[in-house]
Ligand binder design. Structure first.
Ligand code: BT5
Length: 265
């Protein structure tokens, strides 16, 4: 067992890993531009299914649509899971939804903190309005592989966030006042992910668990599309393929596959 604050090392992570596939091949960087980019390069070079790339800090950590993921050293988790596109693994929308669910489950297991997913793949603490972002997931697909990048704010102090993020972001430490061993949390997220990606388990069970953990359902939401167009409605359910089903005020039911969601009420 390592202690909170200890650097992440190959040995300390390996000691705590309980997975069969995910993380059996591990690459640990002190600093990298982006673990998603590094994992994509490894995928092209034939890295095994289940490879995990971890970094203490990222110089160009990225969110969706080329946004920045703030990645200070030594306090958080930044990692990417590389999965080959093999027929026994579920399709891409599930992979990215389940990344957020794995973080929710692992966080509660290790710290007792109850977080929720905001569709599609933010992890938030929603006891206040607006909710605070604890983790983000960025799934990117290449021809041969899917890379699921996960950033979790673990032991980050409020003043480590840039001022514009302070009102909208949080960490496990900020919520519970207790530091968490990052190696243990990483090992647990990978274990939860492996359970969810295991096709011996019915996918529908994972989707039901996702719906239960989803803070978006039942809320009035505003969706902004890549085009800048916006829509408002009530989030009614998540379809079996991961789409958000939105009820408009005129009664129409729309299936949304991508967009930025704001919980209005
Ligand atoms: C995400 O994008 O939430 C996906 C973030 C994925 C990060 C991981 S870290 C490991 C892997 N390697 C990478 O390069 N990326 C992945 P999006 O929904 O677009 O949210 C981005 C927005 O979240 C930013 O524009 C900020 O407003 C906010 N943000 C940035 N850094 C944050 C942080 N550390 N904590 C909370 N919010 C943050």
């Amino acid at each position: 067992m390592t202690v909170a604050g200890a650097p992440l090392s190959l040995d300390s992570i390996r000691e705590q890993l309980t997975t069969r596939i995910i993380g059996r091949h591990l690459v640990v960087h002190g600093e990298v531009d982006s673990t998603n980019r590094a994992a994509t390069v490894l995928a092209v070079n034939g890295a095994p299914h289940g490879t995990v790339v971890i970094a203490e800090t990222q110089s160009q950590g990225r969110g969706r649509l080329n946004r920045t993921w703030i990645s200070p050293p030594g306090v958080n988790l930044y990692f990417s899971i590389l999965l080959h596109r093999i027929s026994t693994f579920p399709i891409i929308p599930w992979l990215s939804l389940f990344g957020g669910l794995a973080v929710v489950r692992a966080t509660e297991h290790l710290s007792g903190l109850r977080s929720r997913v905001k569709w599609p793949n933010d992890v938030i603490v929603d006891r206040t309005y607006p909710a605070l972002k604890l983790a983000g997931v960025l799934a990117e697909a290449t021809e041969r592989a899917v890379v699921i990048g996960i950033g979790v704010n673990v032991n980050m102090a409020p003043d480590a966030f840039p001022p514009e993020l302070r009102p909208i972001a949080t960490s496990i430490l900020m919520e519970t006042a207790q530091p968490v061993d990052r190696g243990a949390l990483l090992a647990r997220v990978l274990w939860e992910a492996e359970q969810l990606y295991d096709t011996e388990q019915p996918l529908e069970a994972g989707m039901s668990a996702y719906r239960e953990a989803c803070s978006t359902l039942g809320k009035t939401v505003q969706i902004t599309f890549i085009s800048g167009n916006q829509l408002e409605g009530t989030a009614e359910t998540i379809a079996g393929d991961g789409a958000l089903c939105l009820r408009r005020s005129d009664g129409a039911l729309l299936e949304i596959r991508a967009g930025d969601v704001v919980h209005l009420r």
